[in-house]
Design a protein around this ligand. Structure first.
Ligand code: ATP
Ligand code: MG
Length: 261
């Protein structure tokens, strides 16, 4: 059953419900897909930040992946927080034989600054997830780690294109949410093209989970057979609508409204 909307999410839990697995499930469900999960860690988190991370043993992460894929199957795998090298290797091994296309959000640092990936894990992430990804979705700080380049302006973003292509993913969506200015600019980089997506910046404190939501919305689209360009276009609209309709919650970076129609 290809194109059946089945999404296996490999990511961490956000107790506050705005990012991570919770954002992923809400997004995939709203877009008509079927969400399964392999939880990599339980975070103690609210809109103000992450105060603790409790990793799930790598064997249990691999087990969740294997039982879902061998029984239910998936049209797309979406990865988020992968915690550390051991978890990355265990997840990669469990995924290997099933050969499902992957949307890889290379989550490294939470919005409040808490590290969500161990320091020695970036190389493993590049080897096991970035290189084979159907689409890789770094924000600017992550793209800096992945390429070893400084990316602080839109022209830096364009200059990083060859280094991002060299990571080996079929497509890279370089997210410009961290730049300042009246527009938010994302670049979709494929082998032959660079597509620029620009929209007015939304002035809001509801920015918790934008990255998770975007990657899951892309995953949901691709799980129903959309190509990367269409999936990205729709996912960006989904994120904007969820930001514009956010209900003020919490005292920090508030969540999006995934239920906005
Ligand atoms: N203020 C904003 N207004 C409109 N769109 C935004 C805004 N901030 C981010 N976006 C969009 O949201 C998406 C996620 O980008 P962002 O750079 O915030 O990812 P991220 O840093 O990975 O997020 P997270 O911290 O949730 O992991 C991108 O498509 C980006 O253009
Ligand atoms: Mg992110």
């Amino acid at each position: 059953m290809a194109g059946g909307g089945r999404v296996l999410i490999v990511a961490g839990s956000d107790s506050g419900g705005g990012a991570g697995i919770q954002a992923d499930i809400k997004t995939v469900t709203m877009l008509g897909g079927y969400a399964m999960t392999a939880i990599t860690a339980v975070t103690v988190q609210n809109t103000l930040g992450v105060s603790a991370v409790h990793p799930v043993p790598p064997k249990i992460v691999a087990g969740q992946i294997s039982v879902c894929l061998s029984d239910i199957g998936a049209d797309i795998v979406k990865t988020g927080m992968l915690v550390d090298k051991d978890t990355i290797e265990a997840a990669a091994e469990a995924l290997e034989s099933f050969d499902v296309p992957e949307v890889v959000d290379p989550v490294m640092v939470a919005k409040g600054g808490h590290a969500l990936l161990a320091d020695d894990a970036a190389a493993a992430l590049i080897e096991h997830f970035a290189a084979g990804a159907a689409i890789l979705t770094p924000n600017l700080p992550e793209a800096e780690v992945l390429t070893g380049r400084k990316i602080r302006t839109e022209s830096d973003m364009n200059a990083a294109v060859p280094a991002l292509r060299a990571l080996g993913a079929k497509a890279v969506l370089l997210k410009g949410g961290h730049l300042e200015g009246p527009q938010v600019v994302d670049l979709l980089i494929t082998k032959g093209e660079v597509m620029r997506f620009a929209d007015p910046r939304i002035e809001t404190t509801a920015t918790h989970g934008t990255g998770c939501t975007l990657a899951s919305a892309i995953a949901a689209g691709m799980a129903f057979g959309l190509g990367p360009e269409q999936a990205v276009r729709r996912a960006r609209l989904f994120v904007r609508r969820a930001m514009e309709n956010a209900i003020p919650l919490g005292q920090g970076h508030g969540p999006l409204n995934h239920g906005a129609r």
